[in-house]
Design a protein around this ligand. Structure first.
Ligand SMILES: [Zn+2]
Ligand SMILES: [Zn+2]
Length: 333
């Protein structure tokens, strides 16, 4: 479903909740520098975010379920594509086949380099931030560089938009919690010394801990663009891409994960702040009771998306056991 997604459903045949476990399974367009035997076979593409590990964890849970079916309700193992672009979860959820699944609970995890290996990291409320890419195209009028007065160069508008965006991010006025607005790209005209440019592009990434703050951040950014474009008499378009809602952990589901760790005598830690990065698991937070947790990949482990990253296999087994405990609390009690 949703393109390359696969859902395996274990139905007990008895009434009870539907509990979904999700693993992302996409790779990245990065050339791996590791030389070991199991390095990626595909040039320029590698599993450098550990989604192969997340997939292995879900396959491990499937192995347990194949001999140990749930006593009530249903278990859904969802192998989800396209997490990195923020498209996969939304596509799976909007697939007509997903309507038959209707989960009551959804759980997911991500490995965390820089954190103690095997420790489980939880948080009530926002776990990972909302984020979205904003693209602003400015349209003036090109002319000969010797006669800029015959055209409309968007250079000052472009500069003022960048300054205006930096002001929004630094003022923080009106926001409930942390927001970030990072200009990531800007382009004015083409390299042509004989021409006054007539076009410009500005791109920015918007981030917030709260979904409500993302709406406000978009409004503020759009109003900066609108007022500057009217001041300089420019046409413009604003589009968004790679939109991730915040991943929000429900207190009940988060507690179930913590209970599972306690039963397994696994070290766990409650994070004081959400992560600034985003996870498209947030789309599941919009439709059911969810908890997303981190599994430490090791303090000195190469970071996600580094060319020498390698998923630490030692964290597969404890992760399977956490999922199994969560499942058994909800469906075997
Ligand atoms: Zn990832
Ligand atoms: Zn990633």
């Amino acid at each position: 479903m949703g393109g390359y997604g696969v859902a395996a459903v274990f139905d007990s045949g008895h009434n009870g909740p539907t509990v979904l476990f999700r693993a992302d399974m996409d790779a990245l367009p990065i050339e791996e520098s590791n030389l070991f035997a199991y390095r990626s076979c595909n040039k320029g593409i590698a599993h450098l975010c550990g989604h192969d590990g997340h997939t292995s964890i879900l396959v491990g849970l499937a192995k347990i379920l194949s001999v140990n079916q749930p006593k009530k309700g249903k278990v859904v193992l969802l192998f989800q594509p396209s997490e990195e672009t923020g498209e996969g979860a939304a596509k799976v959820i909007s697939d007509p086949k997903f309507k038959r699944i209707k989960p009551d609970y959804a759980f997911g995890l991500h490995n965390l380099p820089g954190f103690e290996k095997g420790t489980i990291y939880t948080r009530v409320g926002t776990f990972a931030s909302a984020s979205t890419g904003m693209i602003i195209e400015l349209k003036g009028l090109s002319s000969h560089a010797a006669h800029p007065e015959d055209g409309n160069n968007p250079d000052r508008a472009m500069a003022n938009i960048i300054l205006g965006f930096n002001k929004i991010a630094s003022e923080k006025a009106g926001f409930k919690d942390f927001v970030l607005l990072t200009v990531i790209h800007a382009k004015l005209g083409e390299v042509a010394f004989g021409t006054t440019p007539g076009k410009a592009t500005v791109m920015a990434t918007l981030r917030s801990f709260e979904n409500g703050d993302m709406q406000l951040l978009k409004q503020k950014a759009e109003s900066v663009v609108n007022s500057i474009c009217s001041e300089y008499n420019l046409k413009h378009t604003i589009t968004y891409q790679e939109e991730f809602p915040a991943t929000i952990n429900h207190p009940e589901s988060n507690e179930i994960v913590k209970d599972a760790c306690n039963k397994l005598v696994l070290k766990h830690h409650s994070l004081s702040l959400p992560f600034r990065w985003s996870e498209d698991f947030g789309h599941f937070s919009n439709i059911c009771n969810t908890a997303f947790f981190g599994v430490g990949a090791g303090i000195n482990h190469p970071q996600l998306h580094n060319e020498d990253y390698d998923f630490p296999d030692e964290i597969i087994e404890p992760s399977i056991l956490v999922f199994e405990q969560v499942l058994s609390q909800l469906l075997n009690g």
